[in-house]
Design a protein. Structure first.
Length: 276
């Protein structure tokens, strides 16, 4: 059996209408997972193309992930439509460049609302769904050594590992640190049900947002490039191995961890001349 195959499983992803979230949906769909997306924006056509390209089921619900009732209703709908939830990837996120000394209440509320509270609520709803399924299948023997029946993946950030001089994103970094703070205690609490919990922290990635910055703030992107050991921005498909590892049986002995994929940007002390 292919340890990386997700055939027949259902993955719930937030923030997958575009950007890295969409890339994650494409990765999981290619591995055979059915895809259920929660987002506040209309998805790109590429989301539905996953279904036709890989013969998997794809659905989208417009959901404010900061609203508990809306999240719970959405997960209930997915359970009925797909039968079960096996994977949850929390990729919805926002970031605002704003100096700490003048950070606004609206920035704090929105950033923590989407990045932390949204991740918490969706993961909680998905975990409860997984627990219900586990209680119904206690008599079913595990496959091989892996006894897990569900995987929750939070999307962290390189910003929780190292700061950059060219952005003022203390609020964003703090919200992502809060997300990473969920990983170990949730891994401990949910292990008894066969649910593994990890986070994936990407470095500087070539998303639509980054392409926009190349036009509007080329000096910012140039700095990001200098900070990596390969002197370039990463591409979403370079997260494929990490995401498949976290969501598949290949990582059956891996839980409570943050997997950092950043092109080495956090591995060295950047020369002071970069700031010149």
């Amino acid at each position: 059996m292919d340890q990386f195959s997700l055939k027949g499983q259902t993955a719930v992803l937030t923030g997958a209408a575009r950007g890295l979230g969409l890339a994650f949906a494409q990765i999981l769909g290619e591995a055979g997972a059915n895809i259920a997306v929660l987002d506040v924006i209309q998805p790109e056509e590429a989301l539905y193309k996953i279904g036709t390209d890989h013969n998997v089921k794809v659905s989208y619900q417009k959901v404010d992930v900061t609203n508990r009732q809306a999240v719970n209703q959405a997960i209930e709908t997915i359970e009925k439509e797909f039968g079960a939830i096996h994977i949850n990837v929390n990729a919805a996120g926002v970031v605002t460049d704003e100096p700490f000394l003048t950070t606004s209440d609206s920035n704090i509320e929105r950033t923590f609302g989407v990045n932390f509270t949204g991740s918490f609520l969706v993961a909680q709803a998905c975990a409860n769904s997984m627990v219900r399924r586990r209680k119904q299948m206690d008599s079913v023997p595990p496959i091989g050594h892996d006894t897990s029946i569900g995987n929750i993946v939070f999307i962290g950030s390189i910003a929780t590992h190292i700061s950059t001089t060219v952005q003022n994103i203390s609020c964003y970094a703090a919200s992502k640190a809060a997300v990473r703070g969920l990983v170990k205690p949730l891994a401990m609490e949910l292990a008894q049900y066969g649910i593994r919990v990890n986070s994936l922290s990407p470095g500087y990635m070539m998303t639509d947002m980054m392409r926009g910055l190349q036009v509007k703030q080329p000096e910012l992107v140039s700095q990001f490039e200098k900070e990596t050991l390969f002197k370039r921005i990463g591409y979403p498909d370079e997260l494929k191995g990490a995401m498949l590892f976290l969501c598949s049986r290949a990582s059956g002995w891996y839980t409570g961890q943050d997997l950092l994929v950043d092109g080495g940007a956090s591995s060295w002390k950047h020369p002071a001349s970069f700031a010149a």
